[in-house]
Design a binder for this molecule. Structure first.
Ligand code: 5AD
Ligand code: SF4
Length: 439
């Protein structure tokens, strides 16, 4: 077997894509290795969402190029959003890369490897949006862990003024329901118990159902829930204006849908939301949250925030803090605004100095961390159903996930891996819970 080392940066969609690429490579006789020094092929799946993520790609590639000096047959492949954003310039910046493929082109990896292997080409790049989607060409998913991602929607038509996704991932595309159901069935046959439906704007998913009727996300979730061995369903990432009442109701009516919603708000200021081209106000966002809490009081809400967007004044930032206090988030991600070339935000007046971005981020993150800690501490004493996913670092330790997506560590028999068991929570910190098996 030849060996491939895969390095994945960025979002869950990239994690999913890397697994699909591994499915392709498995069919070509490659097995995965965790040591890049031992590999015949290094694949870096890149992220372009913020400047830091993008720069990390080039520093990391530098390390692999050194290895190639000693191992000239080593093949270096780069996929993902950085390739899409940089286009032909990418190979100039990274001349030691053999193959560069955009997010919609990675199904062509076998033929590109053939070109390089037979020395018919020195370097190849493909970064376009083909008419026929890659999903029609990908092999069946190979074996997965007990919890797996499944991409159901990709790309975005919303054009938030800070975001590269519409340019790197392309227009909004919903995969057909029947293909999604088939992929979910294959996954569950190989032991998957929990599926997280993925999309950059996942709640915009739409399609024709197995009954010939137009379906929205809640219909798809309900159909997937009919798969007997599929025990848990989640979806990520949702856009607030696409949170229909039918989808909100699904959190009470569909017991396999976990009580966790990641709903990025980005800012609590209506002025900034308008400048970001987000099509909701802070009070509309709060209405969704309160409605959802009425329907499903235990729901854990998580969010993304950007601080220091152009034009953000102290009073706008305070409105973000106000919103955070009103919602009380279970977890969240927050970032300094990073101007991305080609997006409207990068050309806006009123760019915010780095020091102000940093100090606002500190204030916001400490508030969000306090909320996350409190959410976790409040679980102490409760018995939560935990899906046991893998062994922990310590002997005898297993790690799993609560319904609210918290990491839970406990001592339990390895034979229980893949099961959902009741766990009495005995301790908590910012990032995880501790517990013991409750009988
Ligand atoms: N700068 C900072 N954060 C960004 N995000 C997206 N684009 C940018 C940017 N240019 C954040 C948003 C989004 C998350 C995936 O990344 O909060 O929800
Ligand atoms: Fe990064 Fe966005 Fe691309 Fe995901 S889709 S890898 S977050 S740029």
């Amino acid at each position: 077997m030849k060996k491939v080392f895969i390095r994945t940066m960025g979002c869950q969609m990239n994690v999913y894509d890397s697994l699909r690429i591994l499915d392709i490579l498995n069919n070509l006789g490659y097995e995965e290795t965790e040591a890049y020094e031992d590999s015949d092929l290094i694949l870096v799946n890149t992220c372009h969402i913020r400047e830091k993520a993008s720069e990390k790609v080039f520093s990391e590639l530098g390390r692999y190029s050194k290895l190639k000096e000693d191992k000239p047959d080593l093949i270096i492949v780069v996929t993902g959003c950085v390739v899409q954003a940089e286009g032909e310039d990418f190979l100039e910046r990274a001349p030691f890369v053999d193959i560069a493929l955009g997010p919609q082109n990675y199904h062509h990896l076998p033929e590109k490897l053939e070109l390089i292997g037979r020395k018919l080409k020195k370097q190849v790049i493909e970064a376009d949006f083909p008419v026929q989607t890659k999903f029609d060409f990908l092999p069946s998913p190979g074996s997965r862990t007990y919890s797996s991602y499944l991409a159901i929607q990709e790309g975005c038509d919303r054009f938030c003024s800070y975001c590269v996704v519409p340019y790197t991932r392309g227009a909004e595309y919903s995969r057909p329901a029947k293909d999604i159901i088939k992929e979910a069935e294959i996954m569950t046959t190989s032991g998957v118990k929990e599926i997280t439906l993925l999309g950059q704007n996942v709640n915009a998913w739409h399609g024709i159902g197995t009954n010939g009727e137009p379906w929205r996300l809640e219909d798809l979730i309900n159909r997937l829930a009919d798969i007997p061995n599929l025990l848990r369903i989640r979806f990520i990432t949702s856009y607030p204006s696409d949170m229909t009442s039918e989808l909100l109701n699904c959190f009470t009516s569909q017991k396999k849908l976990m009580p966790y919603l990641h709903l990025p708000v980005q800012s609590g200021s209506d002025k900034i939301l308008r400048a970001m081209n987000r099509r909701y106000t802070s009070s509309e966002y709060l209405d969704i949250i309160f409605k959802l809490r009425d329907l499903c009081p235990e729901i854990a809400i998580s969010s993304d925030f950007i601080v220091g967007f152009p034009g953000e004044e102290d009073k706008d930032f305070e409105q973000t803090l106000d919103l955070v206090n009103k919602v009380d988030f279970a977890s969240s991600f927050s970032f300094k605004y990073s101007p991305r070339p080609g997006t409207p935000g990068a050309a806006m007046k009123g760019q915010i100095p780095e020091e102000i971005k940093s100090s606002r981020l500190d204030v916001l993150q400490s508030l969000l961390q306090r909320q996350q800690e409190r959410f976790n501490y409040n679980c102490i004493g409760k018995v939560l159903p935990v899906l046991l996913e893998h062994e922990g670092k310590k002997t005898g330790q297993l790690c799993g996930r609560s319904p609210y997506l918290q990491n839970v560590n406990l001592e339990a028999d390895k034979k229980l891996l893949g099961e959902i068991i009741p766990v009495k929570i005995t301790g908590a910190n910012l990032n995880s819970l501790r517990g013991e098996q409750a009988i």
